[in-house]
Design a protein around this ligand. Sequence first.
Ligand SMILES: Cc1cc2nc3c(=O)[nH]c(=O)nc-3n(C[C@H](O)[C@H](O)[C@H](O)COP(=O)(O)OP(=O)(O)OC[C@H]3O[C@@H](n4cnc5c(N)ncnc54)[C@H](O)[C@@H]3O)c2cc1C
Ligand code: SF4
Length: 329
Amino acid sequence: MKPFAYVRATTLREAADAYAAHPGSRYLGGGTNLVDLMKVGVETPTALIDISRLPLEEITELPDGGLRVGAMVRGTDLAADPLVRTRYPLLSQALLAGASGQLRNVATTGGNLLQRTRCAYFQDLSKPCNKREPGSGCGAREGIHRDHAVLGHSEHCIATQPSDMAVALAALDAEVELYGGPDTTRTVAAAEFHRLPGDRPEQDTVIRPGEIITAVLLPAPAPGAVSLYRKARERASYAFALASVAVVLDLDDGRVRRISLAFGGLAHRPWRATTAEARLTGSAPHSDAVRAAVDAELAGARPLRDNAYKIPLARNLACDAIATLAGAP
Ligand SMILES: Cc1cc2nc3c(=O)[nH]c(=O)nc-3n(C[C@H](O)[C@H](O)[C@H](O)COP(=O)(O)OP(=O)(O)OC[C@H]3O[C@@H](n4cnc5c(N)ncnc54)[C@H](O)[C@@H]3O)c2cc1C
Ligand code: SF4
């Protein structure tokens, strides 16, 4: 590991100032991703700016019935929060489907959103990777890409976004709150926070240099809406999604008043299935209609040599989740 400075920030202002004073630095949340990447030499920050003790550890109710989740809230606490479990069960389920209990005890809400891809070539300095070193090539494209993207990928990068929580937040129409310095706070829709790779795969998200995630904002749930997160993985624990699905369903007299559907494990960002949503809105969620809508969404997939299995896997996850929520036998 290369030598680096360590700065502990006690205020947001202090953290932003430290970032400006140390070009090439990184903020430190729980460290469960960043420190691992430093150990293998993928990340070589000049300084770690420890923001883990900033007063961003609260989950508070908003006047409109939504929730504000501070960026330093740990995965364990967020998943177990009674308001989260009752109002946003899919968020709790997504968190509990990710990593291990020990990791969730340390990992933060902000760090979870900004964790890097698990593409093995990204983590292997001996292999080319446009995300790690722009212009060097993509080792995965001709290599082992069974876990990689089927939607929205580019010739420059086929990596997937690994966070389960991010998929749930995309389906929930959550927002990410960002601090860029005094008087420069902004919010970004969670579904727009991660980017498709295009020709800039080194940029995972729309966050600007030096910005700090301060909170995630959850809108009030629609009365009567139900939700579910389903994840397919290689084993029961410690495995990232091969495919996952987050669904929020609001039925009115047996017809879909509103549905939010997002896929994980398929693309460089949570994939909000707007085509399927539009087709299902207003109709009864019978199995044929659901399958046709999901197929219309997945028709845009471009599988690679080894990962076409993800398309039927994602379809079955989505159809099963919607049928479960709709109360189908
Ligand atoms: C064995 C293993 C299995 C795992 N399995 C899963 C899984 O199945 N599903 C899943 O979703 N995740 C999984 N994870 C990933 C885990 O969820 C992440 O490592 C964790 O959420 C990152 O949070 P952190 O607080 O430790 O981030 P850190 O490692 O501290 O930071 C990650 C990145 O975010 C930046 N950062 C952190 N906080 C902020 C902030 N507030 N503002 C701006 N920048 C910030 C850091 O600079 C860094 O670039 C797994 C991890 C391991 C090691
Ligand atoms: S898929 Fe993306 S992250 Fe993986 S090697 Fe290719 S460029 Fe790098």
